[in-house]
Design a protein around this ligand. Structure first.
Ligand SMILES: Nc1ncnc2c1ncn2[C@@H]1O[C@H](COP(=O)(O)OP(=O)(O)OP(=O)(O)O)[C@@H](O)[C@H]1O
Length: 233
């Protein structure tokens, strides 16, 4: 479970906070999509859960542990996919997966590593090819395979489908749905309203560092969500 309690971040004294009093809970199996214009505070929220930055006040909690107080323990539960997954271009997909899974303390035999890449949707003939030859969608799949290998309880995503073609973005959404069915709690920052409606269980709209709307997606059509978004931001 992922929880923000009155979470606030002010980067510079005298400037308005970039995140103000965020209260948010994402339960296992839920996909919470954060929408909002550039600068609304989405990446700040994710970086606080990752422990990359410290809150000015309030708490970012993972599995009941405060990230600022337990930076190493909370990272064990987490997987993170930024817009561009950073992997080693000279290693193969399989070698990257092996390396990053072992960094998190998980050793998998080669047949399991292949199975994880396949489960993440990467075609078999790419497993032994260098990352440098992969498309963006293929790199994202290795990122998902790493999340699977780590048995991550919480997945944080920052605009993961930006720049993916519609088919790759669609495959990516299916993978997220599978992970959520397996009980992962997912928080995703995105600009893609329609994909958020398709994949999310909940939508939150941020404006100037505040979460101003939260709603379950099943109550809305994509067009209604777009109308609410445009009225809100
Ligand atoms: N390191 C920093 N120092 C000072 N201000 C920052 C820093 N990082 C972000 N900000 C400011 O905090 C605010 C929120 O930024 P943030 O990156 O969280 O927005 P965002 O919703 O993720 O935007 P985008 O959609 O463009 O990624 C912005 O005004 C930004 O300029």
């Amino acid at each position: 479970m992922l929880q923000a309690v009155d979470l606030t971040k002010q980067y510079l004294p005298g400037h308005p906070p970039s995140l103000s009093d965020l209260n948010l809970t994402v339960h296992p199996g839920e996909i919470f999509c954060l929408l909002g214009q550039n600068g609304a505070g989405k990446t700040t929220t994710i970086n606080l859960f990752l422990g990359f930055i410290k809150p000015t006040s309030g708490r970012a909690m993972i599995h009941g542990l405060d990230v600022a107080e337990h930076p190493l323990e909370t990272k064990k539960f987490l997987a993170y996919l930024p817009e561009t997954v950073m992997l080693y271009p000279n290693l193969t997909g399989l070698e990257n997966l092996d390396f990053f899974a072992s960094l998190a303390g998980f050793r998998h035999p080669p047949d399991e590593l292949h199975a994880l890449l396949t489960q993440a949707g990467l075609q078999t003939d790419a497993h032994a090819k260098r990352l440098g030859t992969y498309s963006k969608g293929m790199r994202q799949k290795v990122g998902i395979a790493i999340a699977l290998a780590k048995q991550a309880k919480v997945l944080l995503l920052d605009e993961p489908t930006s720049g993916l073609d519609p088919k790759a973005a669609n495959e990516f959404s299916d993978l997220l749905l599978e992970l959520s069915k397996a009980g992962t709690a997912i928080l995703m920052a995105t600009h893609d309203i329609f994909r958020a409606k398709e994949v999310g269980t909940h939508i939150g709209i941020m404006r100037e560092g505040r979460l101003v709307e939260t709603m379950p997606t099943h109550e809305l059509t994509a067009n209604e969500l777009e109308a609410i978004y445009l009225q809100t931001v």
